[in-house]
Design a protein around this ligand. Structure first.
Ligand code: NDP
Length: 295
């Protein structure tokens, strides 16, 4: 079975659109996401376009901050600081990757926690670990929504997360081991010995490696749930763009067979964008002193 991201992400966006309209009625303005895009990386261009489109679909505003590839780190930080103090901006998204001369962690550390809609900041990651109210990183948040949407139980399940990045692997592992999810989580990485052993015992596998088809169906249980976060560009002469998108996971049956697997594209990526809309709405409400549930 394929766990498409289309229906759950549309459901998430429909809810966001309803609340966004209520927000605008209450506060005479739309929730607003500042989208900071440095340079012209082709993959980022597509992601940025999709995020702005999602803002429009959900009735939110976006402030486009397009900056030259050669901008200095200090100048970029000044831009971020200006957005922090802009009362019309609720969320700040700095599209990654940034050019090599810029220290990404340093730039991101300047985004104020309440506008950190990507949920990458130390403060928001810390709140996730201590189970306090913060902003949860978009991809992990989207994965949880997708699991719930398809009624995939995590209680008592063995979950293997492959990849320990700050934006996907670490936060999804922490979220799934919380009492409300009660999964037993194993976090694997490039130095994990005998990855196959862990995968074979996993009810749910979350792949966030970034290497096309690095995990294959013979490595997992026959009826495993596989959440494929990997989004890898591989050369494909049959495509107009010259490349195709492939996940980290490789399976043979077009519909996934006995596996429950998220397709790439059309899976987790869609959930990430919808979660960004939800986070923007949450951030906007909190700036107005309410929770989105109070709208
Ligand atoms: P990172 O490059 O930050 O992390 C990759 C992780 O994979 C690291 O922890 C690394 O281990 C581990 N790893 C690398 N090779 C292996 C291996 N052979 N076996 C086991 N583990 C391995 O990646 P991100 O988390 O940022 O992204 C991962 C993928 O997900 C990318 O394709 C990215 O494009 C995609 N992505 C998709 C999103 C979406 O919305 N769909 C959102 C974010 C990312 P170590 O720590 O030891 O180096």
């Amino acid at each position: 079975m394929l766990l498409s991201g289309k229906e759950p992400s549309n459901s998430m966006k429909r809810d966001a659109a309803v609340l966004s309209e209520k927000f605008e009625k209450n506060f005479s303005r739309k929730p607003c996401l500042a989208v900071v895009f440095v340079g012209s990386n082709p993959a980022s261009t597509v992601y940025v376009r999709n995020k702005k489109k999602a803002c429009e679909e959900t009735g939110m505003g976006h402030l486009d901050v397009d900056l030259d590839e050669n901008i200095s780190e200090e100048a970029l930080i000044e831009k971020v600081k200006a957005l922090n103090s802009d009362s019309n901006v609720d969320g700040i998204l700095v599209q990654l990757p940034l050019p090599k001369h810029i220290n990404v962690s340093r730039v991101l550390s300047y985004i104020s926690a309440e506008k950190d809609v990507d949920g990458f900041s130390a403060e928001n990651l810390g709140k996730l670990l201590t189970e306090e109210k913060g902003l949860v990183a978009c991809t992990p948040k989207g994965i949880l929504y997708l699991l719930d949407y398809y009624n995939i139980e995590t209680e008592g399940k063995n979950v293997v997360v492959v990849g320990r990045s700050r934006i996907v692997g670490k936060p999804i592992a922490a979220l799934l081991e919380q009492k409300c999810r009660n999964a037993t989580v194993t976090l694997c990485h490039s130095s994990t010995k005998n990855l196959d052993f862990y995968l074979k015992n996993a009810d749910i596998v979350i792949c966030a490696v970034g290497k096309a088809h690095v995990i294959s169906e013979d490595m997992v249980k026959k009826d495993a749930v596989v959440i494929d976060v990997g989004t890898n560009r591989v050369p494909d002469a049959s495509k107009k763009s010259g490349y195709a998108l492939q996940g980290d996971f490789c399976y043979s049956a077009e519909d996934g067979g006995d596996l429950k697997v998220t397709p790439v594209p059309g899976g987790v990526g869609l959930m990430t964008v919808s979660s960004l809309m939800d986070n923007t709405l949450i951030a906007a409400c909190r700036r107005m002193g309410i929770e989105k549930e109070d709208l």
